[in-house]
Design a protein around this ligand. Structure first.
Ligand code: ADP
Ligand code: MG
Length: 267
């Protein structure tokens, strides 16, 4: 089930990424409309991070291409912001939390112009949005995993982009911070931003997102949650992962989960 949209802001065509002869992403084709909060969901190793990296031009493509606002990334880079998966970042460099957020401003100032008072104010406001302002002067290496994650989010916000690609932004953060960040994502959506988020918790996914990309090396589905976040498509996405399937069954029994009328609940 792939729902294609007119005037998409993100378009992925025949995208294939192969690492050491093994496909991590196979022939993905989909479109995303403006202003959606999109969950990228699938089992471990499904190619979720690879998909985001491929859109950001960070891994070599074996075939296909991605377009943002109908253009190649290079022409619209300033409008696109990426939050990497935390484990993939080297945290051992000497910089304060505020310095890291200011890096999000370089695309606006250019590398050789000084950071202005205005840039500092924007960076500080972004730290506030992720509730990290008290740690502005703390060395990034000294922060906990969840705090580092929030600083990275603040850096992405400081960029004031129109498309955000976030790889597991909720990993390692507490429930209160998660709900604060979800509110922030809702606010960004209401401002017309398009946000794609890799997310592995199916229980909260339906509540957080309004559009889904279901991935298992191949694209299983892409479209509005009511059409795509269904029992049969999730079972197809997660294959034989029984613990996940049991969880889906539980959610269906609790009636928090959409089931097509022709499907009996999973037992
Ligand atoms: N740099 C790499 N070199 C070789 N294999 C990789 C590399 N990055 C990811 N892979 C493999 O590609 C597959 C997809 O990885 P990834 O996109 O990280 O999945 P996910 O984010 O869904 O967990 C996995 O089998 C992973 O082991
Ligand atoms: Mg990943």
């Amino acid at each position: 089930m792939i729902v294609n949209v007119p005037n998409p802001v993100i378009e992925v065509h025949d995208l294939t990424v192969i690492y050491n002869r093994k496909p991590a992403l196979w022939d993905a084709d989909f479109t995303i409309p403006k202003g959606k909060l999109v969950g990228i969901v699938g089992p471990n190793g499904a190619g979720k991070s690879t998909l985001i990296k491929a859109i950001m031009g960070l891994v070599p493509l074996s075939s296909g291409h991605a377009e943002l606002f109908g253009k190649p990334l290079d022409e619209v880079r300033q409008k696109v912001s990426y939050v990497p998966q935390r484990e993939s970042v080297d945290w051992d460099f000497p910089a304060s939390a505020l310095d890291v957020v200011l890096m999000g401003r370089y695309r606006h100032t250019g590398l050789f112009r000084r950071i202005s008072k205005k840039d500092r104010n924007i960076a500080f406001e972004c730290l506030k949005k992720v509730r990290m302002e008290a740690f502005a002067n703390r060395q990034i290496a000294q922060l906990s995993g969840g705090q580092q994650q929030r600083v990275f989010l603040a850096r992405a916000l400081a960029q004031q982009a129109d498309i955000y690609l976030m790889d597991e932004p909720f990993a390692g953060i507490d429930a209160t911070t998660e709900s604060a960040i979800v509110d922030l994502l809702f606010e960004m959506r209401s401002e017309g931003k398009t946000i794609m988020v890799v997310h592995h918790d199916l229980e909260s996914a339906y509540e957080y997102f309004d559009w889904f990309v279901l991935l298992n090396t191949r694209l299983v589905a892409c479209g509005p949650k009511e059409e795509v976040f269904t029992q049969d498509l999730l079972v197809e996405t997660y294959g034989g992962k029984m613990n996940v399937l049991a969880k889906i069954g539980e959610l269906i029994r609790e009636n928090t989960f959409p089931v097509r009328e022709d499907n009996s609940p999973l037992r």
